[in-house]
Design a protein around this ligand. Structure first.
Ligand SMILES: Nc1nc2c(ncn2[C@@H]2O[C@H](COP(=O)(O)OP(=O)(O)OP(=O)(O)O)[C@@H](O)[C@H]2O)c(=O)[nH]1
Ligand SMILES: [Mg+2]
Length: 274
């Protein structure tokens, strides 16, 4: 039987840890045990119970305080993640070997880890070798996505991570509860976007004329892949989390291998007949 994992990715502050905590709470409501593993060596506070924590293996201060290494925060993070990559046995041990387990990996916010450093790719490959079905949940703060050019930029980052990791991706615009009515309306237009139309809608004075050519060229890359579609997430609404989890479950075929359980009444009737 497979196990399931969501890699929770996205830029710094996009709401990854908050998402993990909300998913754990939602899991309690729907009677699904969801375990969270912290993969951020620089993380400090958690609102969720930690199943395993990379900081037990290595933490950011180990790389920054070491007199021989003397890394800053970003170099230190890459060093820690490369150390983690060389010690994936630690992760294997933490994961144990229960069937049907469901894990969320709360990842660091440094975007280069998904776009061009191979660490996360190796983690994905290893999880797949351990019989995990893995999907990426890529969060982008909705507040930075209500302008066309910023939305395109978010899409591009998501797309390059998706290409690098080669797993099903669910793209999420987070923190929708913080948007004004007007911004929510604007965002709706982007949800299943015609990217050409998006790029064309920039203003057309001289600067914007050239800028819009660039946006159009970028839009055509996204359109050619036709892979990036965003879902919105409003943590204040249970439906929003429910709908998102349905999409994620579909992407990793969660539950497809479960035994079909008969409704309790049918089982009780059967027992009565015997
Ligand atoms: N209103 C609102 N605030 C949110 C939401 N998600 C996250 N936040 C807030 O945004 C800030 C950053 O959230 P985190 O969950 O720590 O973001 P992160 O992506 O884990 O950040 P890093 O791990 O530092 O990259 C916190 O102050 C959260 O309370 C949301 O859906 N709604
Ligand atoms: Mg976090």
């Amino acid at each position: 039987m497979p196990r399931y994992a969501q890699l929770v990715l996205g830029p710094a502050g996009s709401g990854k840890s908050t998402y993990c905590s909300s998913m754990v709470k939602h899991g309690e409501v729907i009677k699904r045990t969801i375990n969270v593993i912290n993969l951020d060596p620089a993380a400090e506070h958690f609102d969720y119970p930690i199943f395993a924590d990379i900081r037990e293996l290595i933490e950011i201060d180990d790389a920054m305080d070491d007199q021989a290494l003397r890394f800053g925060p970003n170099g230190g993070l890459i060093f820690c993640m490369e150390y983690f990559e060389r010690n994936l046995d630690w992760l294997h041990e933490q994961l144990g070997d229960e069937e049907d387990d469901y894990f969320l990996f709360d990842c660091p916010g440094q975007i280069e880890l998904y776009t061009h450093v191979p660490v996360m790719r190796r983690v994905v490959e290893q999880l797949q070798n351990w019989n995990f079905r893995v999907c990426g949940v890529f969060l982008v703060d909705a507040q930075f996505s209500v302008e066309q050019s910023k939305f395109l930029s978010g899409m591009l980052t998501a797309l390059s991570s998706m290409i690098q990791l080669e797993i099903p991706f669910i793209h999420v615009l987070s923190k929708v509860d913080l948007l004004s009515k007007r911004d929510k309306k604007q965002l709706k237009k982007f949800m299943d976007p015609d990217v050409y139309q998006l790029a064309n809608s920039e203003l057309s004075n001289t600067f914007h004329g050239r800028y819009s050519q660039l946006n159009k060229a970028i839009a055509s890359v996204i359109y050619d892949y036709s892979l990036v579609k965003f879902y919105t997430l409003d943590m204040s609404k249970e439906d929003s989390i429910t709908n998102l989890l349905v999409e994620i479950d579909l992407s990793i075929q969660y539950g497809e291998d479960f035994d079909v359980k008969e409704p309790k009444e049918i089982e009780d009737n059967k027992q009565d007949d015997e």
